[in-house]
Design a protein around this ligand. Structure first.
Ligand code: SAM
Length: 316
């Protein structure tokens, strides 16, 4: 997907736009100086102006900033929004701000490096007593039967050309994938993995663990993850399933081969973020399973070790 298609899709996501629009309206105060970190097409900067901001610094690393500039002018707000092209950690502002707004929230919350970037912006640009939107992010997980479609990856090539692309499906067993989850496929209640308070300095090494009791018989294919973001204790938005058609997909974390589970079994997922890569460890006592998986998608293939790579499977 090109950058412009991505932005078009996000703007067409009425729920996302409504939720952030209402949140900006609730938090911005007349006369505020605002930073929009990752302004994209300028959406939150425009909302902040509508809410009475005196000035908005709109920082964006991508070329979409040129379009944002035109959109601001088109809406008569070119004189109140100062566009700055660059990565937020590498730019300076001429003054400190009352409010930082950002929608740099990944499908599983943290993969756009909001922790590092918002923390840097808060320390360098926010006035004492200034506000953040969002100021908190929670991550949730549930074990699911859904998501094993990667096992069929390459099936068409085998059928049509008699070529074996099994290593692709093998990789699919280990890396996270987007899907709009069906909560009817959950095998137990969702649990909160962790919370990030953006007013606090956060380590880029974030970890957490969930333990869920299986409530019905089935096969666990993996876990589904989603996020909720808040501001001043109010929910801004959440991708709790079902959110079909949302510009944020839920995230499926596979566990290798699916595992049969019965009511009463305890299943556990431990997750660690080495920004921006997740590693997850799935364990259950019955049957005994202990598997470690992780996202290696930006590394060269040589770094991907399907059978080694820290995976220990006590089933074998
Ligand atoms: C998810 S999009 C949202 C765009 C816009 N705020 C909106 O709500 O439609 C995030 C944008 O932030 C930009 N971005 C992410 N991190 C950034 C950073 N640290 N500095 C500058 N731009 C950043 C990306 O290039 C992308 O255009």
């Amino acid at each position: 997907m090109s950058e412009v298609e991505w932005h078009r899709e996000m703007l067409a996501d009425r729920r996302r736009v409504r939720d952030f629009g209402e949140a900006v309206r609730a938090v911005v105060q007349p006369g505020d100086v605002v930073l929009d970190l990752g302004t994209g097409t300028g959406l939150l900067a425009l909302f902040a102006c509508r809410g009475g901001a005196r000035k908005v610094y709109a920082v964006e690393q991508g070329y979409i900033i040129d379009v944002a500039r035109q959109i601001a002018r088109q809406n008569g707000l070119g004189d109140r929004i100062v566009f700055i092209q660059g990565h937020s950690t590498e730019v300076d502002l001429p003054e400190s701000v009352d409010l930082i707004v950002t929608e740099t929230v990944g499908s599983f919350g943290l993969e756009e490096q909001i922790l590092k970037n918002l923390s840097d912006a808060r320390r360098r640009f926010l006035k004492p007593g200034g506000r953040l939107l969002p100021d908190r992010l929670d991550l949730f997980l549930a074990p699911t039967e859904e998501g094993g479609h990667y096992r069929r990856w390459g099936g068409e090539i085998r059928e049509d050309w008699d070529l074996d692309f099994a290593p692709l499906a093998d990789l699919g067993k280990h890396v996270s994938q987007g899907l709009w989850a069906d909560p009817g496929k959950f095998l137990g209640s969702p649990q909160k993995l962790l919370s990030c308070d953006f007013y606090q300095d956060q380590s880029e090494k974030v970890q957490g663990e969930v333990q869920v009791e299986v409530v019905r018989q089935g096969e666990i294919a993996g876990w589904v993850g989603w996020f909720a973001v808040r501001c001043e204790r109010r929910l801004v938005t959440s991708t709790e399933p079902p959110v079909p058609g949302s510009s944020w997909e839920n995230v499926f974390f596979p566990i290798g081969e699916p595992v049969a589970a019965r009511p009463g079994d305890l299943v556990c997922l431990r997750m660690r973020l080495d920004d921006p890569f997740w590693t997850w460890r799935f364990t259950m006592s019955h049957p005994p399973v202990d598997r470690t998986m992780g996202d290696f998608f930006s590394y060269p293939p040589a770094a991907f070790k399907p059978a080694g790579g820290g995976m220990a499977d006590s089933e074998d």
